[in-house]
Every structure is written in C-alpha cells, then in structure tokens.
Design a protein around this ligand. Structure first.
Ligand SMILES: NC(=O)c1ccc[n+]([C@@H]2O[C@H](COP(=O)([O-])OP(=O)(O)OC[C@H]3O[C@@H](n4cnc5c(N)ncnc54)[C@H](OP(=O)(O)O)[C@@H]3O)[C@@H](O)[C@H]2O)c1
Length: 252
C-alpha cells in the first residue's frame, strides 16, 4: 500500500520509534497523522510541529474507554501503528512480584490486540489499509533478562499472524516488525551494541507496508538475531542461560 495520501495513527507517538513513525509518515506524504500519547500535552507538543497535518489523541492503550474514543474520533485511519511498549527489565522468577510482567502483557500484547479490534472496522471501511506491529527480536528468541517483555512480544507476534488471517478478507495488511536495538529511552541501558536511530526503524516499517511484507527485520541487530536462530537455536539459548548462570555465581 502507498503511504502518500494515507492517514496514520501511531500509539506512543510522542517519542522514540513512535515519533519516528510520525515524522516518516509525513515525509512519505501521509495526509494526516494522529499522534497517540498517554499525556495529551505530550501529543500537543508534537502536533505544534505541523498543525495542518497532525492531530493529538489522548490514548493509553490499556484504557478501553480511550481506545474506543480514539476509534470513534479517528474514522479516516488507513494505517494503524501499534508502537506503544513497556519494558521493565525483570526476570520471570527473580522479579519481586508479577506486577511488572503484567504491565508488559497489558501494554505490549493486550494493548495491541485492543487497538487492532477497535480499528479493524475503521480500516475495513477505508479499503483495508494496514496494521504495523512494532515487535522485537525478543519476540523471536526468548531472553531470560526480559522476563515479561520477551513473552509479551512472542504473544504479539502470534497475534499478528492471527489478525493477518482474520483481516485478510477485508484487505488489511498486517506487518510484524522485528526490531533489534534502537537509540531510545527504552534502550538507554544498552551500551554493548550499536543502536539504530528510531527514524530508520520507521523507514523500515513503512518499507514493509509499501512492499506487503508480513514480517520484517528492521535493523542489523534484528538481522543478526534471526541469523543466530537459523544457525543454531540451542547454542543461542545456551549462551543466554550461561550468562544468567555467570551472573548468579558472581553474585555469590
Ligand atoms: N528501543 C529498542 O531497542 C526497542 C527494541 C525492540 C523493540 N522496541 C519496541 O519499540 C516500541 C517503541 O519503544 P521505544 O524504543 O520507542 O521506547 P520509548 O522511547 O520508551 O517509548 C515508548 C512509548 O510507548 C508509550 N507507552 C508506554 N505505555 C503506554 C500505554 N499504556 N499506552 C500508550 N502509550 C504507552 C510511551 O509513552 P510515555 O511517553 O507516556 O511513557 C512512549 O511513547 C515498543 O513497542 C518497544 O517494545 C524497542
């Protein structure tokens, strides 16, 4: 599908990869972009950059009333970008309680599904359109240090496949983006890998939309993870388990 003339809605559009999508949608000729943000003031700050094309939407993807209100307000959307994400850097067993992993599932999985359900009729009414799901390399390989996050992205990858099948009859594309390492607040702690600029991830995501690619690795780190899985998935799993074991023995 072409981006020129499209109408986008980006969840978590106020910063990071989401803001990259807002800018790239405009650059590729979208006629309007709804900037979703939990705090309306954050979205309004972005909208001031191009008030003729951008529209602020207060949108926490875990709040059903706000999701429904967005679908009622933004009836011309043709590209939904499910970008909003939470990452808490906890382990499944080692976390003090399950609150952080529940948050990751709520935002990363249920938020994506909730938005897709709300906007499926909108996209259908507008000719099909596309859903872009911003996933993670942690959604194709289980990362023990990303206890709730990695499973939430696996679930979202499976959801992408299910939604693609369900919405194919109405002509809606579903692009699952496998994202590696990006220079945003979420990855501030990452110092050992070269991080890709968020705009490049958005560019790769729109490439996937334009070329009807179902699942797309957006950056060098995602490509290298995919290659490591293809080469020897057990070796990759073992290398991560060994790291956890080394940390445990160092802590003794
Ligand atoms: N950075 C990476 O290396 C990396 C790698 C793989 C995948 N990703 C994925 O890329 C996506 C964007 O992350 P990022 O790197 O751009 O991180 P970021 O800079 O931390 O941005 C996260 C965005 O999600 C929003 N958000 C969080 N919870 C939300 C909720 N309940 N409802 C609506 N918005 C919510 C945040 O809003 P506030 O400003 O209000 O907090 C913020 O706009 C995420 O899905 C993430 O999992 C990132």
């Amino acid at each position: 599908m072409e981006i020129k003339g499209a109408v986008g809605l980006v969840t978590g559009g106020n910063r990071g990869i989401g803001l990259g999508f807002v800018h790239k949608l405009l650059e590729h000729g979208a006629s309007r972009v709804y900037v979703g943000a939990r705090k309306r003031a954050d979205a309004e700050e972005i909208v001031a950059q191009a008030p003729d094309k951008l529209v602020a939407v207060e949108l926490d993807v875990t709040k059903p009333d706000q999701v429904a209100a967005a679908a009622a307000q933004c009836t011309d959307v043709t590209i939904l970008v499910n970008n909003a994400g939470a990452f808490n850097h906890q382990r499944l067993i080692g976390a003090p309680d399950m609150s952080t992993m529940r948050e990751e599932m709520e935002v990363n999985f249920f938020g994506l599904v909730s938005m897709s359900r709300a906007f499926a009729p909108v996209l259908g009414a507008n000719g099909g359109g596309a859903i872009v799901n911003v996933l993670s390399a942690g959604g194709i390989v289980a990362v023990p240090d990303m206890g709730g996050y990695s499973p939430s992205k696996f679930a979202s990858r499976a959801a992408s496949t299910c939604i693609r099948a369900e919405l194919a009859p109405q002509g809606t594309q579903v692009c699952a983006l496998i994202v590696g390492s990006v220079d945003t607040r979420m990855a501030e702690h990452v110092t050992w890998i070269k991080k890709t600029p968020p705009e490049d991830i958005a560019e790769a995501g729109l490439f996937a939309v334009r070329h009807h690619i179902d699942e797309h690795d957006t950056d060098p780190h995602a490509v290298s993870v995919r290659a490591a899985i293809a080469r020897d998935p057990k070796a990759l799993e073992k290398s991560m388990a060994d790291r956890i074991a080394a940390q445990a023995s160092a802590a003794k």
